[in-house]
Ligand binder design. Structure first.
Ligand SMILES: [Ca+2]
Ligand SMILES: [Ca+2]
Length: 471
């Protein structure tokens, strides 16, 4: 009898509460971009890679000029950002780490919005696309358009960087924009914005796949790049790297030192590859622009929070490294924009270093949802309202167990699992060419950054294996 009364009581209190909670809540447009680094005009006005649509978004809200991923690889970055839990808490360190298997009951940010009465829809790459999408989380969406298959050219367009894998090819492809993955993702999002749920707020997740490899974009996006400047490189840059850095990057043969191979095998290929990455960034920006156009013509535009983030950055030869998986600035700095009507000032900028652990708690607070004390990050509501707010907490990045970087206003401190270190002074050395960690002069700086390293380091969780075929 008592149980029955309790059930009745819960029923009476939660049902009307859910409806009330959902009323007048802002919609959320949540855009994740894949592998887009900071060499874009949004973050570097001198960059030849123009991103007018990202700038258009930034002009409406707050651009974080020093934003960083939680981990410089798709799966650990996305799993951490979307669950609010760092790799050092969960053990989800790698691209194959079975994040849902490790945390079956952890609610993603999308599930929090479902609980609050939102209709959660999405398309493209939101979770890491491991084993053709097996890391996708059905429970996080009411409706989802899976990422389309990669449309491959009939033969390799450029072989030099490929190491036997077509996934690292690049060039002008396909002929028709509508045959690309991101066209389909953007199209789904445009339609979702044009036909929003009438009796529920909308949380729309738009997962743009480019500029992730393979570096294909239709021909139009490659035009006008032939004379673009190339990244600034320094040949002897690895001379002052500690063992930890070398060990971390040794296994990364996919692109690692590929540029040297490129330049000896096919002169000029390195430059072509860089231009292809640039074309893919322009293409991604254009697809995102179509989604913004749809938002602009929506009557719900002024009650829509927009967040845009990239899951990590990308090296294009800087520090003699191509690809991601490192703890340096280039692989970790990302575009991050928050447009929150009545909270962020149009065209505002915040130079405080933040990492994406802020996203989960901030979105909860912005939309008036209950806070979650388990989150590793904190809400940046104060920074959104007042970007000059004094902020002690630096950005923290992790790649693999025991390897971390701490980024403060001026410094990047890196500590590898073997105890070796790097320290860069961004005021004097924006390219991170000179590792000053061994200089006793900087002992106090190193110690103050060390304080922010995680106190606990979870053991790595098992990898997700390919399911056995059941005939
Ligand atoms: Ca990625
Ligand atoms: Ca160096």
């Amino acid at each position: 009898m008592k149980q029955l009364l309790l059930i009745l009581l819960i029923g009476l209190t939660t049902l009307p509460l859910r409806t009330t909670l959902a009323e007048n809540r802002p919609d959320v447009l949540f855009i994740a971009v894949d592998d887009m680094n900071d060499w874009i005009s949004l973050l570097d006005p001198k960059s030849p890679i123009k991103t007018p649509n990202l700038e258009r978004l930034a002009s409406r809200g707050m651009l974080f000029t020093r934003a960083y991923c939680i981990s410089p690889a798709c799966n650990p970055s996305r799993a951490a950002t979307l669950t609010g839990l760092r790799p050092s808490t969960t053990g989800i360190y790698g691209n194959a780490s079975d994040w849902r298997g490790a945390r079956p009951n952890r609610k993603t940010i999308m599930q929090r919005f479902q609980d609050a009465g939102y209709s959660v829809r999405g398309a493209g790459k939101i979770f890491h696309h491991h084993l053709n999408g097996e890391f996708h989380d059905d429970a996080s969406f009411d409706h989802f358009l899976a990422m389309a298959a990669q449309n491959m050219p009939p033969r390799k367009l450029n072989r030099a960087l490929s190491y036997g894998s077509r996934n690292t090819d690049w060039g002008a492809w396909p002929a028709e924009e509508r045959d690309t993955i991101d066209f389909k993702t953007a199209d789904y999002c445009v339609k979702a914005l044009k036909n929003p749920p009438q009796d529920q707020p909308l949380f729309l997740a738009c997962g743009i796949f480019k500029p992730h490899s393979p570096f294909f974009a239709p021909l139009a996006y490659h035009k006008g790049l032939s004379k673009m400047p190339m990244p600034i490189l320094r040949k002897d840059d690895w001379a002052d790297l500690p063992d930890g850095a070398r060990k971390l990057l040794r296994g990364k043969k996919w692109f690692w030192m590929g540029m040297e191979k490129l330049n000896t095998q096919i002169p000029g290929s390195y430059n072509d590859f860089i231009r292809a990455y640039a074309a893919c960034c322009r293409f991604a920006d254009a697809q995102i622009g179509k989604v913004f156009d749809a938002l602009d013509s929506s009557p719900r535009r002024n009650n829509t929070i927009v967040v845009l983030w990239s899951d990590h950055g990308f090296h294009l030869g800087e520090k003699n490294h191509i690809e991601k998986f490192a703890l340096w600035e280039k692989t970790n700095r990302i575009p991050f924009i928050v447009v929150a009507p009545r909270v962020t000032a149009a065209g505002s900028r915040c130079d405080t270093p933040v990492d994406l652990s802020v996203l989960y708690p901030t979105l909860l607070e912005l939309c008036g949802l209950p806070a979650d004390s388990k989150c590793d990050g904190v809400s940046i509501m104060k920074l959104l309202k007042e970007p000059e707010t004094v902020w002690e907490r630096p950005a923290l990045m992790t790649y693999g167990r025991g390897n971390h970087a701490v980024r403060s206003d001026r410094w990047r401190y890196i500590r590898y699992s073997d105890g070796t270190e790097e320290l860069y002074d961004h005021q004097k050395d924006p390219h991170e060419w000179t590792n000053i960690a061994a200089d006793p002069k900087y002992k106090d700086i190193i110690n103050s950054h060390k304080n922010w390293l995680p106190k606990k380091e979870a053991q790595p969780v098992p990898s997700l294996k390919k399911k056995e075929r059941k005939d």
